[in-house]
Design a binder for this molecule. Structure first.
Ligand SMILES: Nc1ncnc2c1ncn2[C@@H]1O[C@H](COP(=O)(O)OP(=O)(O)OP(=O)(O)O)[C@@H](O)[C@H]1O
Ligand SMILES: [Mg+2]
Length: 277
């Protein structure tokens, strides 16, 4: 049974549809990513699932509870990290987590949560003295404090340097190993790269006319300044066909590179847009 079910969800702000009839299912124990450009409606979708915003249509069921009818019940079962977390500047890290712990019927030991998010050194530091990355980790700590089965994270890795980002992906991975379900939005999708279907084959076209879209396995073709990037489900077949074209003189390729597709490639394939567009 899915732990989250979203059906035909719709939300508009004035005339602007922010969430346009979307639906998806999240299985228990899954790390589920919501990917989209700025303004796509990711935060709005999350906030509806968290019981913080009312949809104009459709429904969301979280852990068997209809969010629209029982938002408080849902909020007691989930952990949430908000994109714009507001903390009391004059409280310390420790006090902040104590405060959030007090909001809940049950809570993990604050020191454990501090340790997991690698904030031990900042335990007694005031929130207004934290760096951006430390604040970000504090907001994830808040999402964990009530020991939730489902954790919602809105852009948890934004503003983190690569090392801190990897560390946070580790933490998110550990949530999953503990049996929690994680629903997150992010632009940094390298962690999901391993799940992204396909491979990219890139060539520098030195001459000739080629219809790349008919080559074996090719799903999308991006072409700019002589560089051609092919997203393919059959990298060997694609490379073989390219070699054949090169050999027969139909085309001249100056470079060839084979890489695992990033989620950016997959996103482009699905939407025809780059992430930042
Ligand atoms: N409270 C609001 N009132 C009016 N419009 C809003 C409000 N909140 C969001 N919007 C609009 O709804 C759309 C979706 O916004 P949302 O914050 O859900 O996007 P997002 O995908 O989370 O973007 P980002 O990647 O920048 O965080 C945007 O066009 C935004 O301007
Ligand atoms: Mg957002």
């Amino acid at each position: 049974m899915p732990i989250v079910e979203v059906v035909d969800l719709f939300k508009r702000y004035g005339d602007v549809p922010a969430v346009d009839h979307i639906g998806f299912v999240v299985e228990s124990g899954e790390v589920f990513g919501i990917l989209g450009p700025n303004g796509a409606g990711k935060t709005t979708t999350l906030e509806i699932m968290e019981g913080l915003r009312r949809p104009d249509g459709g429904r969301a069921v979280v852990d068997g509870v209809d969010v629209q009818h029982h938002p408080r019940e849902v909020r007691s079962r989930i952990g949430m990290q908000l994109q714009q977390a507001g903390f009391f500047e004059r409280l310390t890290v420790d006090e902040t987590l104590q405060l959030f712990a007090a909001f809940h019927r049950r809570a993990l030991p604050v020191s454990d949560v501090i340790h997991r998010l690698q904030l031990d050194e900042k335990r007694r530091a005031r929130v207004d003295t934290l760096s951006g990355g430390q604040l970000q980790r504090l907001s994830v700590a808040v999402a964990l404090i009530n020991d939730p089965r489902i954790v919602f994270l809105d852009e948890p890795t934004t503003g983190l340097d690569p090392q801190a980002r990897r560390a946070l992906w580790e933490v998110i991975g550990s949530f999953r190993r503990e049996g929690r379900t994680v629903i997150l939005t992010t632009h940094y999708m390298e962690v999901i790269r391993t799940h992204a279907p396909g491979t990219t084959v890139s060539v520098l076209l030195g001459g000739g006319q080629v219809r790349f879209d008919v080559l074996p396995g090719v799903q999308t073709v991006q072409q700019a300044n002589g560089e051609v990037i092919l997203l393919t489900s059959d990298p060997l077949g694609t490379v073989h066909a390219l070699m054949e074209l090169n050999r027969s003189g139909e085309a001249i390729f100056q470079q060839l590179r084979v890489e695992e597709a990033t989620l950016e490639d997959v996103f482009l394939q699905l939407t025809g847009r780059r992430l930042r567009e």
